[in-house]
Design a protein around this ligand. Structure first.
Ligand SMILES: Cc1cc2nc3c(=O)[nH]c(=O)nc-3n(C[C@H](O)[C@H](O)[C@H](O)COP(=O)(O)O)c2cc1C
Length: 208
């Protein structure tokens, strides 16, 4: 048995959960960081105007009281979906702890200044890739993509790489959270948070 095989299923008791789901998420985040190689990996689901859902993994790069932010190409398929329908769902799974968090909400672009700061802190190869890759568009070959990167290397030789206008962050502003805990007896725990009238959040247990 490795440390990753050892179940750490801690029953979920709505009374012990923080009244603020953002704080509760941070608690689970800290526990996940100890046991997961890449806790930032999270599934982002969008839907276009016709209602066609589309899910993909992204990296969760920002977590604060305003919401949860990810970075991408605004002209990508997800960017098109979000332009048509600025709503999304995030799904975070922490296998060793038997936990799932589902977040639903509206989506906004983060400020240009925040995107600039994040982009400036990325490795140069990622920055060049953001210029070279027309994310979600077809390309005839891998070598055409590599040529596009070389072209950007030449373009920005000996210079800082600026953030492309079409690249930046989205913030998912939650309207609901669900915390799900695996239980050995398979009667799993689910606690949902919804906005309370007059501010704050209500917590409800749901059936598994
Ligand atoms: C673990 C993991 C993390 C990823 N992180 C990102 C990310 O932060 N931003 C991003 O644009 N794509 C990321 N991707 C790639 C996306 O899953 C997806 O292929 C890409 O964003 C294009 O999606 P779209 O065509 O729906 O826009 C990641 C993929 C994996 C497997």
């Amino acid at each position: 048995m490795t440390e990753f095989d050892t179940p750490r299923w801690i029953p979920l008791d709505e009374r012990s959960l923080d009244p603020d789901p953002f704080v509760q998420f941070e608690r689970w985040w800290e526990e996940a960081v100890a046991v997961v190689r890449e806790p930032e990996a999270i599934c982002l689901a969008t839907a276009d105007a016709s209602g066609q859902p589309r899910a993909r993994m992204v990296l969760l790069r920002g977590r604060d009281e305003r919401g949860f932010s990810i970075y991408t190409n605004y002209l990508s398929r997800k960017g098109e979906d979000l332009a048509e329908n600025p709503r999304a769902s995030l799904l975070w799974y922490v296998e060793p702890l038997g936990r799932q968090v589902r977040i639903e909400g509206s989506v906004e672009q983060v400020s240009a200044a925040e995107s600039d700061d994040y982009f400036a802190a990325r490795p140069r190869g990622h920055q060049l890739g953001a210029h070279a890759s027309h994310q979600s568009q077809p390309i005839e070959s891998r070598s055409a993509l590599e040529d596009a990167v070389v072209e950007q290397e030449r373009r920005f030789a000996d210079a800082d790489v600026p953030r492309p206008e079409h690249w930046g962050g989205y913030r998912i502003v939650p309207t609901s959270f669900e915390f799900w805990q695996h239980r050995e007896d398979r009667i799993h725990d689910r606690v949902l948070y919804a906005p309370a009238e007059g501010g704050g959040w209500d917590r409800h247990r749901h059936q598994p």
